[in-house]
Design a protein around this ligand. Structure first.
Ligand SMILES: CC(C)(COP(=O)(O)OP(=O)(O)OC[C@H]1O[C@@H](n2cnc3c(N)ncnc32)[C@H](O)[C@@H]1OP(=O)(O)O)[C@@H](O)C(=O)NCCC(=O)NCCS
Length: 154
């Protein structure tokens, strides 16, 4: 078990009233309501949301009173590198430390890799910088024919 008390996959720990679960295997679609994918022109359905949580190599969800209040996913090659594609805290739960705790825990879950990368809007980068991420240069491909993303980008 990692030294800071975060646990191996599937086990739960609680901080500040939020239970952090390192697997989505026991999450149900009904627990994923409340405004995730804020600002997306076509938000994912709860079933799609659950699908990506279960397909990611690493997932941490924060649960309070039976509802998911935040989640983070990571995709790892298990040797050198991992990517954090999605992190979101429900709007009514922001600024209570949940996002920080989710990232802290998913970094423990992926383990001591050489590189962990994230892409985000410039105005959110300060959140990651506090957690030790450095600014870099990246590139993205987006298939807006398949799904419109953030409003205004299609
Ligand atoms: C970014 C996000 C995950 C932060 O979650 P959170 O639970 O509110 O974060 P925390 O409470 O741990 O924040 C701790 C500190 O990080 C900084 N911070 C939080 N949100 C920030 C943001 N959007 N931009 C810049 N800094 C931010 C603040 O200094 C904050 O301290 P404060 O609450 O005293 O102001 C949340 O705002 C969110 O879900 N946003 C929409 C989705 C998104 O942008 N995801 C990240 C891109 S992949």
């Amino acid at each position: 078990m990692p030294p800071n008390g975060a646990s191996s996959r599937g086990c739960d720990t609680v901080a500040m009233g939020v239970e952090y679960v390192t697997s989505a295997a026991m999450v149900e679609p009904e627990q994923l309501v409340g405004g995730f994918f804020e600002g997306w022109a076509t938000p994912l359905s709860a079933d799609e949301h659950l699908g990506l949580l279960r397909a990611a190599t690493h997932t941490v969800v924060g649960v309070e009173d039976g509802q998911v209040v935040g989640f983070v996913t990571a995709l790892s090659d298990g040797v050198l590198s991992a990517y954090i594609p999605l992190l979101e805290v429900r709007p009514d739960w922001r600024h209570r430390g949940v996002g920080t705790e989710l990232v802290r825990r998913v970094l423990i879950e992926v383990g001591p890799l050489y590189m962990v990368d994230v892409m985000c809007d410039a105005d959110v980068f300060g959140f990651y910088e506090r957690l030790g991420f450095h600014p870099s240069t990246g590139g993205v491909l987006r298939n807006y024919d398949w799904r419109a993303g953030i409003e205004g980008t299609e």
